[in-house]
Design a protein around this ligand. Structure first.
Ligand code: BDR
Ligand code: CA
Length: 341
């Protein structure tokens, strides 16, 4: 199967990190560029994290471009309590030696899409600020890209940032609205992976144990809810060690917010959908973003039945097979870690 050429925009982030590893793992993905949005942590930290993961994996250089450092209208909020002080939990990645691109993220999306019209899949696992800027500068972007896959929103499901609002949309609701509005003309509608599905994809310590085993890492460790905060992995494999230390923080965050000692795999799932949309069950809808609600700002509202009299502008993921995805994740990232050693 030919590799899927990808433009990836992230706010790395623990689950963004795992999404990148999923993509770096195999020939099915051709990473054209990685662009950085402020979200989980500030954009410059996102860029450092991306460069550091690439180098840890001894991956050939990929352009990493800085994008918007603040949302379009509102002030930036970040969430170090979810992802750790640097966005990578307890992981401590060696400082990258490669540099940030001189191009702006929006410029990267526009220029690369123009260079390969109709070929590139765009994947966004952070706030939609950069994509909104790009489509504002180049209104033809929906036709120049093959399609976009987004992690964001919550459909008939509670939010994780406000009662009805998911994080990526909450950080920059205006950007999200621009993207849903402008991409209404796309032949292949944007695929949207919302919380209602991604919260069903729960990584457990047992999955991490299987990942270490797949990588041939020793000792094979099992993280426990009552481990001390200062405990760190002693894995022989560098990728497994850093993943374990990153995910330990994410497991603790989920535990402390009452979700159990698990980690939701929002962004890795979206990455998998970008490589192969057939793993998701899709339902067309007209999606819009609430900007004015005093309690509901940033809510993604889906009209499933054409009640607004507007054409569908999105394919919303309504179902998936979490076990199959997690098996694929272990296989791909385990093989990557084994190669790196
Ligand atoms: C999304 O919010 C971020 O914290 C995660 O990285 C993911 O992209 C889930 O709501
Ligand atoms: Ca993210």
């Amino acid at each position: 199967m030919a590799a899927v050429p990808l433009l990836v925009d992230v706010d790395t982030g623990i689950d963004d990190s795992l999404a990148l590893l999923y993509l770096l793992a195999g020939p099915e993905a051709e990473l054209v560029a990685i662009t950085c949005t402020a979200g989980n942590v500030p954009a410059r930290q996102v860029a450092t994290n991306n460069l550091a993961w690439l180098e840890l994996c001894s991956h050939p250089p990929v352009e990493v471009a800085l994008g918007a450092e603040v949302p379009i209208v509102q002030a930036l909020m970040t969430t170090e309590e979810t992802h750790g002080p640097q966005g990578i939990g307890y992981a401590e990645l060696p400082a990258p030696t490669r540099s940030i691109s001189e191009r702006h993220a929006a410029q990267v999306w526009i220029e690369e899409a123009r260079r390969r019209p109709g070929e590139l899949t765009g994947l966004v696992t952070g706030p939609l600020t950069n994509l909104a800027l790009a489509v504002t500068l180049e209104p033809d972007l929906p036709h120049l890209l093959r399609r976009v896959v987004l992690m964001g929103g919550a459909f008939n499901h509670p939010g994780n940032t406000a009662p009805t609002t998911e994080w990526n949309i909450a950080v920059d609701p205006e950007a999200a609205k621009i993207v849903f509005d402008r991409f209404a003309v796309a032949v292949n509608r944007p695929i949207v992976c919302g919380l209602d599905v991604t919260e069903r994809i729960a990584l457990t310590p047992e999955h991490l144990r299987r990942l270490a085993e797949a990588a041939g890492s020793t000792p094979v460790e099992l993280l426990r809810p009552d481990d001390g905060d200062d405990d760190r992995s002693r894995a022989s494999n560098v990728v497994i060690k850093q993943v374990s230390d990153a995910v330990r923080f994410y497991l603790q965050f989920h535990r402390d917010s009452g979700r159990g000692f698990i980690a939701h795999m929002h962004d890795p799932f979206a990455a998998a959908v970008a490589l192969d949309p057939t793993i998701a069950v899709l339902r067309p809808a007209t999606v819009d973003v609430e900007l004015a609600g005093t309690l509901t700002r940033g809510q993604t509202v889906a009209d499933w039945d054409g009640l607004w009299g507007r054409q569908p502008n999105a394919e919303v993921v309504v179902d998936a097979d979490p076990a199959a995805f997690l098996d694929a994740f272990i296989e791909r990232v385990g093989a990557l870690a084994r190669r790196v050693g």
